[in-house]
Design a protein around this ligand. Structure first.
Ligand code: THU
Length: 160
């Protein structure tokens, strides 16, 4: 038997250390938490996608009384961006979460289903999507979605 190790690398930084484009993206994600529809979890998530033409598409989580029918903020934002701008590559996504009166100190990281959806967009446009996960203590900066989903299933896995 052989054991292999997968190492994922990311950076921790303060919001002020980000460039102005990324600071704006993070603010848009923060603002978007106020528009979440989260009556069941009270966990308000905002996501903002930066497109390569400079436009920002932002969205929030949308819950449902049939719980699994709800959708995470990053999936709503990315799918809306891809649907609305099919010819424009997404280049970054910021995510922020707000609950019980404040933003979380530590960033939340996307769920597995969202990672898979975000990966599809990265593969579709053949362009890295930088991930900015906001927390009041620090921001996680990740170079691309692939780093969030090692050993992934993707188009090439279908053997086509
Ligand atoms: N949620 C997101 O929108 N994004 C994440 O990265 C994690 C979780 C949402 C789903 C649900 O509406 C609520 O947060 C609690 O899980």
């Amino acid at each position: 038997m052989e054991t292999k190790t997968v190492i994922t690398e990311f950076s921790l930084c303060k919001t002020e250390e980000l460039n102005t484009t990324y600071q704006t993206l993070v603010s848009r994600a923060q603002e978007q938490t106020a528009k979440a529809y989260a009556p069941y979890s009270n966990f308000h998530v905002g996501a903002a996608v930066l497109l390569e033409n400079g436009e920002i598409v932002a969205a929030s989580n949308q819950e449902n009384s049939a719980y699994p029918s709800g959708l995470c903020a990053e999936r709503v934002a990315m799918m809306y961006a891809n649907a609305q701008y099919p010819d424009v590559a997404p280049v970054a996504i910021a995510i922020a979460a707000y609950t019980q009166g404040s933003f979380l100190a530590n960033p939340i990281t996307p769920c597995g289903a969202c990672r898979q959806v975000l990966l599809e967009s990265e593969m579709r446009y053949e362009k890295d999507i930088t991930v900015l996960l906001y927390g009041t203590d620090h921001v996680y900066l990740i170079d691309n979605i692939r780093k969030l989903l090692p050993l992934c299933f993707e188009k090439s896995s279908l053997g086509r």
